[in-house]
Write a protein that binds this ligand. Structure first.
Ligand SMILES: Cc1cc2nc3c(=O)[nH]c(=O)nc-3n(C[C@H](O)[C@H](O)[C@H](O)COP(=O)(O)OP(=O)(O)OC[C@H]3O[C@@H](n4cnc5c(N)ncnc54)[C@H](O)[C@@H]3O)c2cc1C
Length: 303
């Protein structure tokens, strides 16, 4: 069978595309390698999504988005796409379990994933004190000491969240000021549990079976110190999940997919939406807007 549309990825972009595709009576489904929700599933509280002045937990927002997508009949199937091949005017999506799905159009909504520090000890101690998700792992650090690495919105927001559990949170940033928005900065500066370590780079994460300390290099003084901590949370940015289409559609040098304002990529019939796409603001509100636009473009182009 040749489907009208397959959406790869069931984060906010994919789910919003499904709502619009379902209402437009397009035939097809979302392919999601895990459970729908994407990065929102690992976000504690979403404070900036319009319509929820009190904020909404990431989990609740995912439940609402998923239910909304299902309501219009555009379902979610489990599967991980490892390759897309062009066959005439259609696309063959090759899954990791060797299934092949053929579709007239594809929306790539595979989002982004955390960047690693790339230092000694990071890989070995991931899941043993090194984490990229405060919502998932924060409760394991009750009354312990943790370090957060980064200075953007995610780092500061998650550092504040971690003070619910940890007795002390060191925020280590390579510059002498934060990049996070002002409201988060104010909250972090007034939180007594957070101590800032400026101008510093984590050089190594140390510990035998579990994180015991981190080695920090101060760029201004040249001093190297060992800071004893029980956990390290790393929020130093993200990279797009686009490896499986990089030799098919045009991307920028970091791998973000380039599109026009209709979310059309360089290949006719393939669209991209959300964090995998090159754009200035990587947030839920932009992801859902682009998902909607991509589904609208598919409907327009197919008819
Ligand atoms: C800790 C944290 C806090 C955040 N806080 C906020 C906030 O407060 N407000 C806000 O607006 N934004 C926030 N964001 C950003 C926001 O979550 C993202 O901008 C948004 O989730 C992007 O949506 P997306 O659908 O493009 O991608 P994602 O959410 O990354 O979803 C992509 C989906 O695609 C799936 N997938 C990937 N590859 C494949 C494949 N090959 N085959 C099948 N499925 C695949 C993934 O499993 C995933 O479910 C936060 C992010 C993080 C990490």
């Amino acid at each position: 069978m040749i489907h009208d549309l397959v959406i790869v990825g069931g984060g906010p972009a994919g789910l919003a595309a499904a709502i619009y595709a379902g209402r437009a009576k397009l035939e097809g489904f979302i392919l999601e390698k895990m459970s729908p929700g994407g990065q929102v599933l690992i976000t504690d509280l979403v404070e900036n999504y319009p319509g929820f002045p009190e904020g909404i937990t990431g989990f609740e927002l995912v439940e609402k988005l998923s239910a909304h997508a299902q309501k219009f009949g555009f379902g979610v199937e489990n599967g991980e796409v490892q390759k897309i091949e062009v066959e005439g005017e259609n696309f063959n999506l090759i899954l990791t379990d060797d299934r092949t799905i053929t579709s007239k159009t594809v929306i790539v909504a595979t989002g982004a994933t955390h960047r690693r520090l790339g230092v000694e000890g990071e890989e070995k101690l991931t899941g043993r004190g090194v984490s990229y998700c405060a919502t998932c792992d924060g409760p394991f650090f009750r009354d312990q000491v943790v370090a957060v690495v980064g200075g953007g919105d995610s780092a500061v927001q998650e550092a504040i969240f971690l003070t619910k559990f940890a007795k002390k949170v060191f925020l280590i940033h390579r510059r002498d000021e934060l990049r996070a928005i002002k409201i988060l900065q104010e909250r972090a500066f007034s939180n007594e549990k957070i101590e800032f370590i400026w101008d510093s780079i984590v050089e190594a994460i140390e510990g035998k079976d579990q994180v015991e300390s981190i080695r920090i290099f101060n760029k201004k003084s040249g001093e190297v110190t060992d800071l004893p901590v029980d956990g390290v949370f790393i929020f130093i940015g993200i990279e797009p999940v686009t490896g499986f289409v990089r030799d098919l559609v045009k991307t920028d040098e970091r791998g973000f997919i380039k599109t026009d304002e209709w979310m059309r990529t360089s290949v006719k019939g393939i669209y991209a939406a959300g964090d995998c796409r090159r754009k200035p603001l990587l947030q839920i509100v932009t992801a859902v807007a682009e998902g909607a636009t991509a589904a609208y473009a598919v409907e327009h182009d197919l008819s």
